[in-house]
Design a protein around this ligand. Structure first.
Ligand code: SR1
Ligand code: MG
Length: 399
């Protein structure tokens, strides 16, 4: 049994030679650590011709972006690999392929996606991928339907809820989404100029009550095996292709959390675009982002309903009209969780490039202000926004 040690660049090459599944392992000669996320080491492994062939990813026993003062379980590597394997069974076309993993070393080898780019970066630069939103909706429908009570055998579902108990990573989400942005907290990262607006979130009883309800659902509604962190930085895109990575926050939770996180990141980008691009390009990219919001939801909803009609296993849940009624609940949850994602990424710790890349300070403040007010509206009005068209109308009203 292998003992945990932190990989060097040379270790990563050795490991890829053993487990990368390449025809001529000795051709792998070099690696580059490219991890820019908050948690892990990520090595790109190159062959003699300088072509990257596979990725080796290793969890560190702490949060990388903070350091050893914030220890974090290595079991997240097992969770990530196993969630991606299950999601890959149901949606291979949009899930990164895991070639090998070792829970003791907290390491996995996965397919190289150098032909793709991170979607967040592309959105920040105003590069459009017209098919990506539909593909993301398909990923969400396939993975969330097939791991839900509509499809899973109840014994398997109960066993998997235990297998994917993910207390430490869920704890991060519980704090970062639902607590810290609504408190005075040292980890928050909003611009100082917005202190009065952020203070008004703390003082808003109705908002805090809704956020409590959303947190309660996150804690208690084991509806499906979520990815747990579906944001545009966890998604690779290329022309006609989309691949989801990074499922270490996976657990059985409310379906609306994955859908809402995805929509929330698109709306953050929408709010940030005037600070990132020239006015005409920004206006054009904003329309594309609203199209993505609408398409993601439609593709998810249509996919989920079609799967429910065709493949629901449970006799009671197969009742005509039940899946459509459940979908309405997912929509409302998605709006609420979407609002919390927008707020946590602008008020809280996990700031994103869409906002960080805005150079002009006054413009940045204005974009963040818009995002915060939009997030608040979505949380407060989730029960009154009937469909994607109504959502888009609210976004436009917000500014
Ligand atoms: C301490 S981890 C902060 C954030 O990074 C991850 O990508 C998740 O989004 C998490 O909330
Ligand atoms: Mg991640």
């Amino acid at each position: 049994m292998s003992q945990y040690r932190t990989f060097t660049a040379a270790d990563a090459v050795d490991y890829a030679r053993q487990f990368g599944g390449v025809e001529n392992p000795e051709s792998l000669v070099e690696s580059q650590e490219i991890g820019d996320g908050n948690l892990n080491l990520v090595f790109k492994i190159f062959d003699r011709d300088g072509i990257s062939r596979v990725i080796v990813k290793q969890a560190l026993p702490y949060v990388r972006c903070v350091g050893e003062s914030w220890p974090l379980t290595l079991d997240r590597a097992r969770i990530e690999a196993e969630v991606l394997q299950i999601h890959g069974e149901y949606c291979p076309q949009h899930t990164v392929k895991i070639l090998h993993y070792d829970p003791q070393l907290a390491v996995m080898v996965m397919e190289d996606l150098s032909s793709h780019a991170i979607w967040r970066g592309e959105q920040v630069n105003g590069v459009d991928y017209p098919q990506a939103a539909g593909q993301l909706g398909e990923y969400l429908a396939q993975t969330l339907f097939h791991t839900s009570d509509f499809y899973q055998h109840p014994h398997q579902k109960k066993a998997d809820v235990i297998r994917f108990t993910n207390p430490e990573l869920c704890d991060i989400t519980e704090e970062l989404f639902f607590n810290e942005p609504y408190e005075v907290h040292e980890r928050n990262g909003y611009p100082r100029a917005l202190e009065p607006l952020v203070a008004s979130l703390r003082d808003d009883d109705e908002l805090r009550q809704k956020v409590a309800g959303l947190k309660h659902r996150f804690l208690s509604h084991a509806e499906a095996l979520l990815h747990g962190d579906v944001h545009s930085g966890s998604i690779f895109v290329a022309e006609g292709s989309l691949k989801v990575i990074d499922a270490e926050f996976g657990y059985y939770g409310p379906i609306g959390f994955d859908v809402g996180s995805a929509l929330g990141n698109m709306l953050i980008n929408y709010c940030a675009l005037p600070g990132l691009l020239a006015p005409r390009e920004a206006a054009d990219a904003r329309e594309k982002r609203l199209r993505d919001v609408s398409t993601t939801w439609q593709s998810f909803a249509e996919g989920f309903l079609a799967l429910a009609a065709e493949k629901t296993q449970d006799r009671a849940l197969a009742r005509p009209g039940y899946a459509a009624e459940f979908l309405q609940k997912i929509w409302r949850d998605s709006l609420g969780f979407c609002g919390t994602e927008v707020i946590r990424r602008t008020v809280g710790m996990s700031q994103v490039a869409d906002i960080k890349n805005i150079r002009d300070e006054a413009m940045k403040n204005e974009c963040v202000r818009q995002a915060i007010t939009l997030g608040r509206t979505l949380i407060l009005a989730a029960d009154r926004i009937e469909d994607a068209d109504a959502l888009i109308a609210r976004v436009r009203q917000n500014g």
